[in-house]
Design a protein around this ligand. Sequence first.
Ligand SMILES: [Zn+2]
Length: 58
Amino acid sequence: MGLPKIRLSKGRRDRRRSHLALSPLTLVPCPQCHKPRRPHHVCPSCGQYAGREVVKTD
Ligand SMILES: [Zn+2]
């Protein structure tokens, strides 16, 4: 395992980690069943995408 030659200061470590935060996922209402779904994804509740059923759901 490699070992760092020079220890990073807390400031440099924290500045690197300033880009690591996750953003909350976007939800849009499904045009078919009006339940929230992620944009550009198949609706998990009705299985529709671009106006047609692509996945069978119960
Ligand atoms: Zn739907």
